[in-house]
Write a protein that binds this ligand. Structure first.
Ligand code: MTE
Ligand code: MO
Length: 394
């Protein structure tokens, strides 16, 4: 019996119930979680429960700030700089966004053997029983975020005509380790700074770009950026700055370290053409079968998975069981929301015993098709290739 289909139970409100999903966390010396991976392959429905959502940040988690003590400084090329309180922010009309949040480093282990080794080492460290790909997709979740459009806040302060970019700054401060980031070493250590990203104004003014204080029907949790974080749907997780402290309107592109020195596409460290990473690629994954349960009995099995894109709805998911020679359209489950992922399924009758591999690929409404080989880039960001699941029919 595959591990994940056993009925794992726990007591919920005093009743035997299906075991709740829980993210796998890394803890610091104080026993506090500072990073977590989501068990996305076990997820049912569309929204990842908060306690099962992934957590990533680059520096130490900053101290907790109570909403009533929190202030958001909005300055730079604005008519009237202000220091906004939590209550003032919440006076503005709210907006809720349901979306996929994926780290640019998610699935980087599929780029090449070198990154696979790093990942397996990391997973063994986290879970000594780590066997297969149970944590494929671990830096990936979907959530419902409630807040106010950033555009409404910017309207309040009034943008000057030369406004071009919006620098969102978090409360966390640190100095990135170049080597740990896979960058060439340098004699000069990076001077400490607060995590920040400079959003092009067009995306900053999109009505679904929000300042969020709620997540999955509850107040935002500290690890996810409380009291208020930025939410940038369709763009990789690193744009959604947590623990917001300051918004600075700039008349030129920002020079944030995690923009100019990391989170860009290029072919090598000295490639002069660095491309800023904006919308997420189109991508699909299999949630069943997977390497954990790769030996299945002959007969009917429902192949399942998730598909998402940073450029709109998913219009098609296809599955291949012959190494990509022929493709079969899967059923796309409703709803198919713009920023969220789509669940897909395909019943399949396995008649002959033997080994085979399952491939899936997605197409989005912009017409982009998931490639067989990922768009390679030396920082191994935004893996979008097809990772085959190898299985055996007994
Ligand atoms: N202030 C701050 N915000 C941040 C980060 C950070 O290091 N500091 N990391 C980013 C990255 S790389 C990701 S993938 C997402 C993760 O959000 P989550 O922890 O809520 O899942 O937060 C982003 N926001
Ligand atoms: Mo990330």
């Amino acid at each position: 019996m595959p591990k994940h289909t056993e009925r794992e139970t726990e007591s919920v409100m005093g009743w035997e119930s299906h075991k709740r999903l829980q993210a796998k966390g890394f803890t610091n010396k104080q026993g506090q979680i500072f990073r977590a991976m989501a068990p996305v392959l076990d997820q049912e429905g569309l929204i990842t429960p908060t306690q099962a959502s992934y957590v990533v940040q680059h520096f130490d988690v900053p101290a907790v700030v109570h909403p009533q003590q929190w202030r958001l400084l909005i300055d730079g090329h604005v008519r009237q700089p202000i220091s906004l309180t939590f209550n003032e922010l919440r006076e503005l009309p709210g907006r809720t966004v349901r979306m996929v949040l994926e780290c640019s480093g998610n699935d980087a282990q599929f780029f090449d053997a070198q990154s696979a080794e790093r990942f397996i080492g990391l997973m063994r460290n986290l879970d000594p029983e780590y066997q297969g790909r149970r944590w494929h997709g671990g830096l990936l979740s979907a959530g419902e975020f409630t807040g106010v459009p950033l555009a409404s806040v910017l309207e309040k302060v009034g943008l000057k005509p030369n406004a071009l970019h919006l620098r969102a700054q978090g409360r966390d401060n640190g100095s990135p380790d170049r080597v740990a980031h896979g960058l060439p070493p340098s004699d000069k250590p990076v001077a400490p700074f607060n995590y920040d990203k400079g959003l092009p104004l067009e995306k900053a003014l999109h009505p679904d770009t929000i300042l969020a204080w709620a997540h999955n029907g509850e107040m935002l949790e500290h690890l996810h950026g409380a009291p208020v974080r930025l939410i940038v749907p369709g763009w990789p997780g690193n744009w959604s700055v947590k623990w917001l402290q300051r918004l600075e309107v700039l008349d030129k592109p920002a020079t944030c370290w995690y923009q100019t020195e990391y989170y860009y596409y290029s072919q090598s460290p000295d490639d002069p053409n660095r491309e800023m990473i904006t919308r997420m690629p189109v991508k699909s994954i299999l949630t069943f079968p997977r390497d954990d349960d790769a030996t299945l009995a002959k007969g009917r099995h429902v192949l399942r998975g998730l598909a998402w894109s940073g450029a709109g709805r998913i219009t098609r998911v296809e599955v291949s069981l012959d190494e990509g020679k022929s493709w079969h359209a899967a059923h796309l489950e409703e709803p198919r929301e713009k920023w969220l992922w789509t669940r897909w399924s395909l019943p399949w009758d396995f008649t002959a015993p033997g080994a085979c591999s399952v491939l899936c690929r997605a197409t989005d409404e912009a017409g982009r098709v998931q490639p067989r080989e990922a768009h390679w880039n030396y920082l191994r960001k935004n893996f979008d290739g097809i990772a085959p699941v190898k299985m055996t029919i007994a």
